[in-house]
Ligand binder design. Sequence first.
Ligand SMILES: Cc1cc2nc3c(=O)[nH]c(=O)nc-3n(C[C@H](O)[C@H](O)[C@H](O)COP(=O)(O)O)c2cc1C
Length: 140
Amino acid sequence: MTNDLDFDGLAFLVYRSSAVDRLTETDLDDILHAARDRNQALSVTGCLHFEDGLFFQWIEGPAQAVGEVFQLIDDDPRHSDLTVLGQGPLDARRFQNWRMRYSDREHGSLMDWFANSEVATVDRKDYAGGVVAFLTAIAV
Ligand SMILES: Cc1cc2nc3c(=O)[nH]c(=O)nc-3n(C[C@H](O)[C@H](O)[C@H](O)COP(=O)(O)O)c2cc1C
């Protein structure tokens, strides 16, 4: 998958994907360990939310590093149907202190968030905005 992250400065990318059915707790641990090691090395931060078999991830950092990490993620066979919800330049990091924050529905439910919000899930732009608002809200 191509990306639009060929510029200097900070960038973000947010996507949704489907975990493979057989994904285990060990897989999740492995993903987070590898993610946190590489993200630290590349100055990438962000968050990963897992709910109802879906991953929602925000990655941020130097644009080329975000592109590099995204390429690895995109090639990872532990998930599929990856849809980029948004990407572009970023003024300031939102997950400054997180090499990769992890949450699942015990921390907060995106589905409940949508059910209780005015955001229309059918509008692609609003949907992406809703995902980002949710990820940011549960991180505090
Ligand atoms: C949902 C998901 C999120 C991931 N997030 C990251 C990430 O933020 N940073 C990263 O380096 N790898 C991430 N990975 C893992 C990469 O796809 C890849 O497996 C890993 O970078 C390989 O690391 P290694 O070469 O050290 O084994 C993620 C994988 C999945 C399935």
